[in-house]
Design a protein around this ligand. Structure first.
Ligand code: S3P
Length: 192
């Protein structure tokens, strides 16, 4: 895990992790607990494009979605006192990974492929929002998760396994870790 450099503002928390790891649900609970704003990057992309993510993939292609995703990430990372739920593939681009590390306390919500697959089956937004990224099915989760794990790890300040944990329990864990991390940080000198 990378400790973000001193210039990073501790008042932005970004949640990363594979589809179905609970980033949006936990993000809302966490933002409420901190009395911060919450932003879902996927929702902002959809607003910007005026269509669903599935439609962007189908009509404009994945690279167009990734461009929009990178631009929305940059925008959201510039705002403070904000919890950001990112899309599961945000870590694919090296510039996104760098932007995350430099500008946020980055929390990786992790679980096994089996457990993520199970969670995706019961998530109502799966069919509308989540276009197939590869072969589909459990095999897609297994192979993409394995390929992405090093990038989640590289981008993360801290990792939590979400299996068997409620959003409130995960939020409590994140808050405890974040307060501890923020308290340890030297106060940057004020600009002249
Ligand atoms: C994607 C995950 C989705 C969404 C898009 C691509 C991915 O976000 O950004 O369908 O590449 O894993 P969620 O993780 O919020 O489902």
């Amino acid at each position: 895990m990378i400790d973000p450099p001193r210039s990073a503002t501790p008042s932005t928390i970004a949640l990363i992790g594979y589809r179905g790891s609970g980033k949006s649900t936990v993000g809302r609970v966490l933002a409420e607990a901190l009395n911060w704003e919450f932003s879902d990057a996927d929702e902002r992309v959809e607003e910007r494009a005026g269509k669903s993510i599935a439609a962007i993939f189908a009509e404009d292609g994945e690279p167009r979605f990734r461009d929009l995703e990178a631009s929305v990430l940059g925008e959201l990372l510039g705002e403070s006192e904000r919890v950001i739920a990112t899309g599961g593939g945000v870590i694919l681009r090296p510039e996104n990974r760098l932007a995350l590390v430099q500008n946020a306390y980055v929390v990786w919500l992790n679980a096994t492929a089996e457990s993520l697959w199970e969670r995706l089956q019961t998530d109502p937004s799966t069919s509308t929002r989540r276009p197939a990224l590869a072969s589909g099915g459990f095999e897609e989760v297994r192979t993409l998760l394995a390929a992405r794990e090093p990038w989640y790890r590289e981008s993360a300040t801290i990792e939590f396994n979400v299996e068997g944990r409620t959003p409130v329990e995960i939020t409590a864990d994140i808050l405890a870790a974040w307060f501890e991390w923020a308290a340890r940080r030297p106060i940057p000198p004020s600009p002249r």
